[in-house]
Design a protein around this ligand. Structure first.
Ligand code: FRU
Length: 498
């Protein structure tokens, strides 16, 4: 083991002891200690799910990237393992950037990641040189491949950038061939996804350019994932520098899902439908894994690059993963819902039906509905369909001046999350509005998954999701309902108990 990895392992073991009790989220993965960004190498290996992540253990800011490591039997209860890899080789000394993992036919676990070094360009500026590298291990310890890097500038098609060439996602097809999609920047400055092929997962060749951005959706495309789902082919990626379009792509550094058809012979993806994968503030670099029951599950980094200042610099940890979400395609859209393993953790049901929320009820609190680690399923409708209310608001993580609000305006079909008063001391992005599809029965169904430091809102059957991190004092646990007209609400509260 290299000195760098040994040092990281000793550091995390010692300093993670400072993070105790409710300082961490209860069922969302946070870093062992220090900084976390993208999920990496999400895979099932030797009876459990492995999650690696972009990791800088030494403080709560991005720095030379290591891969942190955790395992879980159900993607809900996580156990930390020692850091898997450190930036300790000449080809990755600036960082081991994002990537993926797969079990080889001989039973070894293979990590494919981006090795980054810095080189001087013609103008004398230091720029990245990004290559794809491999490490192989047993689920605990990994050895970097002696012939790394396995994909370099020499493997790139004409015009492809060697500065932006990262985040390989690997899979094996039915014939036993390994494939990897990698994010890249083409000569026009925008993103493209390159497809590489290998017979043994070690020796790789460029196969095709799977998809080209042509400056439509942001610029560089990071962190691709590509898979079949309900008879369609799906490309997920995270575009940088996005322009908003209507109610889509408001995040600057956005997250996307493109649904289409893959021409396997030519290696070309024909796009059909595109959308944001998540409409909240904090969701990026989403990656999927096939669960043992055949369901595909997606997890994203629950943070936005533009709003990292929500976390104070002197915190012991920064960054969390989203809930694992089962995904499927319906009506040519990406649907998401919490996994069955999450459902199995729901206890202590409290249920109310036809609760009147109106001007006279003021700020309404309901007995038994309060807390920071819970699941709320809420259905709201106007008491009289001919006299709709203007705005219905749910305040949560509330105490004195602190709260986050989720409000719905049926006139405009707009759902808005606002964390301005969540305890943030920075003037950064705090609000996001999302268009909600019309419902057949004039009601809105919301499911709020609250962990200590986040809120994920699933709308209807999961056709839209909105995710936001909040770092409110854990004592703020009131939940309050308010409406400026006359509304009726059904509500089911369940605690998430691990
Ligand atoms: C996305 C990203 C990846 C890169 C990693 C570096 O959030 O920029 O493209 O591999 O983070 O930490």
């Amino acid at each position: 083991m290299s000195l760098k990895l040994e040092k990281a392992r000793a550091y995390e073991k010692e300093h993670s002891k400072k993070i105790v009790g409710d300082m961490r989220p209860a069922f969302h993965l946070s870093p062992y200690v220090g900084w976390m960004n993208d999920p990496n190498g999400l895979s099932f290996y030797k009876g459990q799910y492995h999650m690696f992540y972009q990791y800088h253990p030494y403080n709560s800011q991005w720095g030379p990237m290591h891969w942190g490591h955790a395992v879980s039997k159900d993607l809900i209860h996580w156990e930390y393992l020692p850091a898997a890899i450190a930036p300790d080789m000449p080809y990755d000394d600036f960082g081991c950037f994002s990537g993926s993992a797969i079990e080889l036919e001989d039973g070894r676990h293979l990590l494919m990641y981006t090795g980054v070094t810095r080189v001087e360009n013609e103008e004398g500026d230091l720029v990245d040189c990004q290559t794809q590298c491999i490490a192989v291990g047993d689920g605990l310890n990994y050895v970097k491949y002696e012939h790394n890097p396995v994909l370099t500038e020499a493997d790139l098609p004409e015009g492809a950038s060697k500065i932006d060439f990262r985040d390989p996602k690997i899979w094996r097809d039915d014939e036993g061939i390994y494939w990897a999609v990698v994010g890249n920047r083409s000569a026009d400055g925008s993103g493209q996804i390159l497809l590489f092929r290998s017979e043994d997962a070690f020796s790789w060749k460029y196969f095709s350019t799977l998809d080209e951005n042509k400056n439509r959706f942001g610029k560089m495309w990071e962190c691709p994932d590509f898979f079949k789902l309900n008879g369609k082919d799906v490309l997920l990626m995270s575009p940088q520098d996005m322009l908003p379009e209507g109610f889509e792509y408001h995040n600057g550094n956005g997250n996307m899902c493109i649904i289409g058809e893959f021409d396997k012979e030519k290696g070309i993806f024909h796009e059909q439908y595109s959308q944001s994968a998540d409409y909240g503030i904090d969701f990026y670099a989403h990656q999927t894994v096939l669960k043992q029951d055949g369901k595909r599950v997606m997890i994203g980094w629950m943070q936005n690059w533009d709003a990292c200042a929500i976390r104070a610099h002197d915190e012991v940890w920064a960054g969390q993963m989203s809930l694992p979400r089962e995904i499927w395609i319906e009506n040519n859209r990406l649907y998401q819902r919490p996994t069955s393993e999450y459902e199995a953790c729901l206890k202590n049901k409290v249920e109310y039906k036809d609760v009147e929320v109106d001007k006279n009820s003021g700020e309404l609190q309901l007995e038994g509905i309060k807390g920071r680690t819970l699941d709320l399923q809420i259905r709201i409708r106007a008491k009289d369909i001919k006299d709709p209310y203007y705005k219905f608001t749910i305040y949560f993580a509330k105490k004195d001046k602190l709260y986050t609000s989720l409000s719905f305006r049926p006139y405009e079909n707009i759902l808005k999350i606002d964390r301005k008063f969540s305890g943030s001391r920075r003037a950064i992005l705090h609000q996001r509005r999302m268009l909600v599809p019309d419902s057949e029965d004039e009601s809105i169904r919301l499911r709020l998954v609250l962990d200590r430091y986040s809120c994920e809102v699933f709308v209807g059957d999961g056709e839209r999701v909105m995710t936001t991190a909040i770092y409110t004092d854990i004592k703020a646990e009131d939940i309050v309902f308010a409406c400026d007209g006359e509304a009726l609400m059904d509500i089911i509260k369940q605690d998430v108990i691990l």
